[in-house]
Design a protein around this ligand. Sequence first.
Ligand code: F6P
Length: 320
Amino acid sequence: MKRIAILTSGGDSPGMNAAIRSVVRKGIFEGLEIYGVNYGFAGLVAGDIRKLEIDDVGDKIQRGGTFLYSARYPEFATLEGQLKGIEQLKKFGIEGLVVIGGDGSYHGALALTKHGYPAIGLPGTIDNDIPGTDFTIGFDTAINTVLESVDRIRDTATSHVRTFVIEVMGRGAGDIALWSGVAGGADEIIIPEHHFDMAAVAQRVKNGRDRGKKHCLIILAEGVMGGNEFAQELAKYGDFHARVTVLGHVVRGGAPSARDRVLASKFGAYAVELLQAGRGGLCIGIVNNKMVATDIVDTLENHKHRPDLSLYKLNQEISF
Ligand code: F6P
């Protein structure tokens, strides 16, 4: 394999630039030519493709977002879109593709693989909801960004003796809420993967107040319901009047953490090694602190991401 391409797709995540840099630098180090595709699968279909040189990835490792831009492009789910994409790759003489992104992006890579085109998926999403890996690029930065806000909100919540509902991203997954909740000493963590009972939540908030607790922080994953709706429901159980903060896209931006930069650098270089060895149709992950490459079809079709629910139990036991 002499020429490979890379694209970022779906919601951006901090560390995507570090992954692109790693693919480009490792690829050139190994004597390959690397092409960048702008705007994810939309750019692939449109042929928005250019050669990347060593300097194109200079001064990028510390930047959030993705300098190759990203897009949500549902059209790539169609056969027509996929065949157009393969046509462009062939036109540019590109023999393998690295796709960095979340669930939707992986399905794009999966489709290419099913058409016999070697694609490798790197997990890049703040949601940490990809099967085949314990951690995704961007998750560590995202939970640290949430944590900073939680700590700030705690100051004002304590000063006014208030209850706060802090809604965090994560799509259908509760990982961001779970990890930032434990790290932030949240009173309650509400996630889609674990049943909750509003009456019991209200009782625990009241217990905290009764014993003189000055703040109450509830971290709510967006996949359960919106923060305002949650606060309204809670208010039905007593005099709570929770303030609501929706962190939203703030959590997706910012400089990647050291951990995300290292993870992205390792993933990127490993993807190049695999393609060089003629291996495609894989997705890369880190499991029990070891790099792994698993079959993309099997991983996506037969496995589901599961959050570490021991963290949920732990929080119930140490934060009340
Ligand atoms: O998948 C990343 C993510 O930030 C989710 O947490 C969130 O639900 C979604 O993307 C938001 O998507 P958009 O930026 O397209 O509104």
